[in-house]
Design a protein around this ligand. Structure first.
Ligand code: DQA
Length: 174
């Protein structure tokens, strides 16, 4: 290609067009609606509403749209994951007790091809042996545990990094 001596427009200029912000879906499993009151020595005093508000605020700072969802039902969680298929860029999930038992949640994440960060408020390895097994550990990008409510914010920062890396990868291939 003949060069004009002028600087070539950078490839990234295409992404100067306004882009819809990437969506991160955050799912909280059973009994996490009781956070603040439930075993505060293990799970802390921060309520779920406060966590969700902090996530949305950090999302705004990071240029992400954060959707949050809590359910005590395994099927409802599977349905919500399926609705995120092709819409959310990253899933952040604390499956709570379902972490240790749910093949259905694992299969939903795999079926929907959602890059996922697993979060736990407590360090499950410092607790009873039945909490040491996670059905999703082998299919998630990473796991954050033991930092209480702060862990969700760390997970959102990790999600931002994953999205930036996906986008850089896509730009390189364009
Ligand atoms: C939890 C750990 C699980 O073992 C437990 O069943 C929960 C919460 C956590 O965030 O530390 O409900 O996922």
């Amino acid at each position: 290609m003949a060069t004009t001596g002028k600087a070539e427009p950078r490839k990234a200029a295409a992404s100067a067009e306004p882009q819809a912000s990437a969506t991160v879906l955050v799912i909280h499993g059973p009994n996490l609606n009781l956070l603040g009151d439930r075993e505060p020595q293990t799970y802390g005093r921060t309520r779920l509403g406060e966590i969700d508000r902090a996530l949305k605020e950090l999302g705004r700072e990071l240029g992400l749209k954060v959707e949050t969802f809590q359910s005590n039902g395994e099927g409802a969680i599977v349905d919500r994951i399926q609705r995120a298929r092709g819409r959310a860029r990253v899933l952040v999930i604390n499956p709570a007790a379902y972490t240790h038992t749910s093949v259905a949640i694992r299969d939903a994440i795999t079926a929907c091809d959602l890059p996922t960060v697993e979060v736990h408020l407590s360090n499950v390895y410092a607790r009873e042996p039945f909490r040491h097994h996670s059905t999703i550990a082998g299919i998630v990008v990473g796991r954050i545990m033991g930092f209480g409510a702060e862990g969700y914010l760390l997970a959102l920062r990790a999600a931002k990094r994953m999205i930036d890396m996906q986008s850089a990868h896509a730009d390189n291939r364009a």
